[in-house]
Design a protein around this ligand. Structure first.
Ligand SMILES: C[S@@+](CC[C@H](N)C(=O)[O-])C[C@H]1O[C@@H](n2cnc3c(N)ncnc32)[C@H](O)[C@@H]1O
Length: 347
């Protein structure tokens, strides 16, 4: 074994290699988020390669920092670098990393502070008041990417035959869904509701950019305790993606799901899309996202229901499953079209 082989780790035992991969994966996750935010990932996606000197010139960036990001990505074969480390090209891991970039961004940018301060959130005495901080703006941006890639295609298919005039999106995040709906259906109006300042600010930018201020209203409010508004009378469709788990635990979920029909008295359809708690998954078997989603919500003391628990709560709160799509990634995810039981599930 040469010194450079030893240094490069080619002679590591299987166990040590596995451990080094764990370490490198954490660095690559942060690098992937950074590469997306600074435009490096999009450039690689469109051109298949990036020349470091050209990128740093057009982005006023530090060449060594950009190179360090690319080297970190090369550790997981997302890119590979030439011998002089002047240029990177996409490698066998790129396509999958690009389509799942939202999960990495959610993890490192949205929940970064939670993970770096994890030891301070374990003792019972430290778990009082608002002991967890996440970046609502970054989470909105991450979820926009996750939803566009994994939830929107089945959602668009499911909503094709649904007639509505006014939609309210609960926990609207970036407002991407209502901007998309308003863009596709010129006759509709939309209301985006979110309690986080960071989400509302991303939403305002998106609605402004789309020129839809006259048809989309943004409301900063708590979905679990909605303040009534005259325009809620017009709402005939409610959508809620990636936040339904915030309705839980059980009694809260029943109360919130029943309460939606009072808050929106003319509601005909509720479309709920979310990720559930996994069942039957352990240790190294965890798929993409599941472990992060469950770790974060457990630390935050937020109960995550299983799919079976969702089904029984929907039944108990008077909602009928009229249509559904099950989603493979994120694993254990679903989209349900729900109708008030008394309507019999008509569109
Ligand atoms: C994971 S993000 C999903 C964003 C968006 N629905 C999407 O599909 O991209 C969850 C959003 O729900 C919001 N949220 C969570 N609990 C809420 C509540 N009780 N009332 C209003 N918004 C809430 C958060 O601020 C966040 O923007």
């Amino acid at each position: 074994m040469t010194i450079s082989q030893a240094v490069a780790g080619t002679a590591l035992s299987q166990e040590d290699r596995y451990c080094a991969d764990t370490f490198n994966g954490a660095i690559a996750s942060a690098a992937l988020s950074a590469a997306w935010e600074i435009g490096l990932l999009d450039e690689l996606a469109s051109a298949g390669r990036v020349e470091i000197s050209a990128f740093v010139a057009s982005h006023d960036a530090d060449p060594e920092a950009v190179r360090a990001i690319l080297v970190a990505l090369s550790s997981r074969r997302i890119v590979s670098l030439d011998a002089t480390r002047a240029e990177a090209v996409t490698d066998m891991g790129f396509e999958s990393a690009f389509s799942t970039k939202g999960f990495f961004y959610w993890l490192t940018r949205g929940c970064g502070e939670l993970f770096t301060t994890l030891p301070t959130m374990i003792k019972k005495t430290d778990r009082e008041g608002h002991f967890v901080r996440r970046d609502a703006r970054a989470i909105s941006v991450a979820c926009r990417s996750i939803a566009r890639t994994f939830f929107d295609p089945p959602f668009r298919e499911l909503i094709e035959e649904v007639h509505f005039r006014t939609v309210a999106d609960l926990g609207c995040g970036s407002a991407d869904r209502i901007v998309m709906l308003a863009g596709h259906r010129p006759g509709i109006r939309a209301i985006g509701i979110d309690m986080a300042e960071g989400a509302i600010s991303v939403s305002k930018e998106a609605v402004g950019e789309a020129g839809l201020e006259d048809r989309i209203t943004l409301v900063q409010d708590d979905v679990l305790n909605l303040t009534s508004r005259p325009d809620y009378e017009d709402v005939d469709l409610v959508t809620c993606f990636l936040m339904g788990h915030d309705f839980w635990p059980h009694d809260n979920a029943v109360r919130t799901l029943r309460g939606l029909r009072e808050a929106f008295p003319n509601l005909k359809n509720l479309i709920l899309g979310d990720t559930c708690r996994s069942t039957g998954v352990d240790g190294p078997e965890h798929p993409m996202f599941t472990l992060g989603f469950e770790t974060v919500h457990t630390v935050m003391d937020q109960y995550l229901p299983t799919l079976e628990e969702w089904q029984s709560v929907l039944d108990e709160s008077g909602w009928l499953i009229a249509d559904r799509r099950l989603i493979d990634l994120p694993a254990f995810s679903f989209i349900y079209r729900l109708a008030p039981r008394e309507s019999g599930g008509t569109r």
